[in-house]
Design a protein around this ligand. Sequence first.
Ligand code: ZN
Length: 154
Amino acid sequence: MNVDSLYQEIILDHYKRPHGAGLREPFEAEVHHVNPTCGDELTLRVHLDGNTVADVSYAAEGCSISQASTSVMYDLLIGKSIEDAMSVLDTFTELMQGKGQIEPDEDILEDGIAFAGVAKFPARIKCALLSWMAWKDAVVQAQSPPTTPTEENA
Ligand code: ZN
């Protein structure tokens, strides 16, 4: 089996049986991201336990790449510290922006290496990055202080 069909197999596998799919409680932030060029839609919730990514739950609609990418991301981020998870995100983003020239690091990206092939197709890069951008957005929201006035101002 050549590497392209192996990658395709991994993506199809996650698409057919997405890991961690569904919206769960508790969560600190929920975001809705869309990729209008392809029609992908994603609602994503993040649950942090202190500095740990305790859960990422989601409802995804759209192409196989966007949905498989969300499933792979779930596997990669759960249980990691926010810092480590952000570093995985950076590695994945680099791979996607590498125009297919970057050799993916399986130790860090696990099944995420399958998206190395996608990086050759500019139109699909947004599909693969949709969930990661949504996750980052949700974590920022979960960490931002409440907007209600605090007693510090009193
Ligand atoms: Zn798509």
